[in-house]
Design a protein around this ligand. Structure first.
Ligand SMILES: Nc1ncnc2c1ncn2[C@@H]1O[C@H](COP(=O)(O)OP(=O)(O)OP(=O)(O)O)[C@@H](O)[C@H]1O
Ligand SMILES: [Mg+2]
Length: 385
């Protein structure tokens, strides 16, 4: 289980250290930093997939993702006695992401590039990466360390350090290009775990949405992030997953309704029989909210549940009657996965906090900086470069 999350220098998240529990719900006003938190978590997975730099570029590039305020706010700035202004920096410009878990923990520190005449001279550089054992970061718990181009791995039996790479490119992570199955199998274990974190953001449900079309079906234990393989994912749950929970989740939201999947020339088509109608409706005919709920059912009843599942505003376009069934689905999924839900819905928050006692994290903003309540904060120290 991931127990702590730390983000520094990323958009409005100037410096936050968060405690995570089995189920977490993040809320806050518009602009308080919820999507930034979601994206920062996603960047961590991108590191393990070797896609950190392309993801940063898609977000508008490294400079745009960096915290745009001063390095620190003085007390006078906070109480309005002094104008907000940049002061002489004490530390380097940095975007830092990290998490701690009961098994292994990881952090990455990105900084400004060293001047060069390369056409890619604006790309950031990975300055530092550290993997340590257990939650607590101490020199003695470190098992792998990257400083600039140098990667050193610790042999747990002999307690000695070996430099495995001396010329690691500034854009390659130690997690993808600096591993060694013999010297540090832990890195591979951690990398594979990070790769399996699963994220669902807004599903498209407009009339051209892929989830409404027939698709060539293959066994689909994991619904894709855009939900295009919905019919195959539903059929997979029916064949190898929790079929009863699938029927129950549909019945819970739409009494008397049931799903079916039909196959024509290898293409899978989803249908829903609804109480009171003489024929079943195809995915093309379902309402946006109905389709989105079915997508969430397929995501949450995955026959291959992830260790960590992150949902961004799952309540979008759902009527309030569907929020209790959604909360029950999340509760069921939380038996196998650690979950973080970003939500605007007071009702969903209410169901989740009362029914499964999840941790509620209310983001606030002060001087454009995201702040988290004291009770959600964890201890965290960023190592110096
Ligand atoms: N580089 C940056 N530095 C500082 N703040 C930034 C930066 N980029 C964006 N922001 C601001 O960060 C804030 C948080 O944005 P975010 O998208 O995370 O909000 P949100 O909580 O998801 O809001 P909503 O509910 O409207 O979706 C916004 O006010 C945004 O303008
Ligand atoms: Mg948002």
């Amino acid at each position: 289980m991931i127990t702590k999350l730390a983000i520094s220098g990323y958009r409005s998240l100037r410096d936050i250290h968060l405690n995570l529990e089995q189920v977490n719900i993040v809320t806050g006003a518009n602009g308080s930093g919820k999507s930034s938190l979601f994206k920062a978590l996603k960047l961590l997975t991108e590191v393990s997939r070797g896609q950190l730099f392309s993801s940063l570029a898609k977000e508008g590039g490294f400079p745009s993702t960096l915290w745009a305020g001063p390095e620190n706010f003085s007390r006078a700035m906070r109480i309005g006695e002094e104008a907000i202004q940049g002061t002489r920096r004490k530390g380097p410009v940095a975007l830092k992401l990290g998490f701690a878990s009961e098994s292994y923990s990881y952090l990455i520190d990105l900084g400004l590039p060293t001047p060069s005449d390369s056409a890619f001279g604006h790309d950031p550089e990975i300055k530092q990466e550290i993997v340590w054992h257990g939650e607590v970061f101490r020199p003695s718990t470190i098992i792998a360390k990257r400083t600039g181009k140098l990667v050193s791995l610790k042999n747990s039996e002999t307690n000695s350090w070996t430099n495995t790479h001396t010329e690691l490119a500034s854009f390659d992570s130690m997690m993808t290009h600096g591993t060694d199955p013999q010297l540090a199998p832990e890195l591979l274990i951690l990398r594979d775990e990070m790769r399996e974190w699963r994220f669902y953001d807004h599903f498209r449900t407009d009339e051209n949405a892929a989830a409404r079309q027939g698709q060539i079906g293959t066994r689909t234990p994991i619904l894709s992030p855009d939900g295009y393989d919905l019919a195959a994912a539903i059929q997979t749950i029916r064949e190898i997953g929790d079929r009863d929970s699938l029927s129950a989740a549909i019945e819970d939201a739409f009494p008397g309704a049931s799903l079916s999947v039909e196959i024509s020339e290898g293409r899978f088509y989803l249908y829903m029989r609804q109480y009171g109608l003489l024929r079943k409706l195809s995915a093309k005919e379902l309402s946006d909210g109905t389709l989105r709920y079915i997508l969430l059912v397929a995501a949450l009843l995955s026959p291959r549940p992830p260790k960590f599942l992150v949902l961004n505003e799952p309540e979008t376009s759902l009527h309030q009657d569907l929020l209790a069934p959604l909360a029950r689905l999340i509760a069921r999924a939380s038996e196998e996965s650690q979950i973080l839900v970003v939500s605007h819905s007071d009702l969903l928050i209410d169901y989740l906090t009362t029914e499964i006692g999840c941790q509620l994290i209310r983001l606030e903003k002060d001087l454009s900086e995201t702040e988290i309540p004291l009770e959600n904060q964890s201890r965290w120290t960023w190592p110096k470069r």
